[in-house]
Write a protein that binds this ligand. Structure first.
Ligand code: BTN
Length: 255
């Protein structure tokens, strides 16, 4: 492993309900080294964002959780962790795919899309203490060799579907862990400004006038994404030049 600490300790399980839940339970009993990875071939009760389930074909994809202790981050800045993980997945895919032929984007808050289809989802579960982040479980589901997404086939994709060839999951994981470490160390070295700039550079619909759904008021409006706050709120400037803040469950956008 070419990393200093991310992935130096890998706990691989043949089957588990959820790697995030397993990591959380394990952390109650033992202090695991920072960068420990819990991975599995078959996740039977995967958790997605907003209480959704994350279903994935056994053995086909990367299904793992990385344990980090970002105690240097204030609770109000917690979204920087999400930004660096999105950038790490983005960089991994840019390395594996010929980026001239593929459009790799971060969909706020932290989905990764290639050619407008989702290839990776992230579920970050944080524990806070005294207004600081204490412990973070970074759950990542990256579609590698799955070919059939059933009813989601117009919304989801994998490396194999994109390239018409299978990938060695161990190689993809190794690259992903390397990028997670690089990005995380940038954050630790207080490179927030460049991380933010990079995140916005790859953000889907950034600065583009688009139609959004206000899920609280059940209405559509036109606007453009102009920023993402350190706490993760999305800022949209409406056509009337009004700046509105949205949380995850409050906004929907087609892509
Ligand atoms: C989403 O896009 O809704 C987030 C999906 C996150 C899925 C991963 S798979 C590994 C880890 N364990 C879980 O239970 N969920 C995350």
């Amino acid at each position: 492993m070419e990393t200093l600490f991310v992935g130096n300790n890998i706990v691989h399980l043949t089957e588990v309900d959820s790697t995030n839940s397993y990591a959380k339970a394990l952390l109650k009993d033992v202090k695991l080294p920072e960068g420990t990875v819990i991975s599995t071939d078959n996740q039977t009760k995967g958790k997605g964002q907003r209480g959704n389930i994350w279903a994935t074909e056994p053995a086909a994809n990367i299904t793992c959780s990385v344990i980090l202790y970002p105690k240097f981050l204030s609770a109000s800045d917690h979204f920087f962790l999400s930004k660096v993980i999105s950038l790490a997945v983005h960089a991994t895919l840019a390395e594996l795919l010929d980026s001239g032929n593929y459009d790799i984007k971060i969909k706020w808050p932290n989905d990764i899309l290639v050619n407008n289809k989702k290839i990776c989802g992230t579920l970050i579960e944080n524990a806070f203490r005294h207004e600081k982040l204490q412990e973070s479980i970074i759950g990542i589901g990256l579609n590698v060799n799955q070919e059939d997404f059933g009813e989601l086939s117009d919304k989801a994709t994998s490396l194999k579907l994109l390239c018409n060839k299978g990938f060695d999951k161990a190689v993809v994981l190794k690259r992903l862990l390397k990028h997670i470490e690089v990005q995380y160390l940038q954050l630790k070295q207080a490179k927030e400004a460049s991380i933010h700039e990079n995140y916005l550079k790859h953000l889907l619909l950034f600065g583009k006038t688009s139609t959004f759904k206000d899920l609280k008021n059940d209405g559509e409006f036109k606007g453009k994404i102009v920023d993402v706050l350190p706490n993760g709120l999305l800022i949209i400037e409406t056509s009337k030049k009004e700046r509105r803040k949205f949380d995850m469950k409050e906004i929907g956008f087609g892509y």
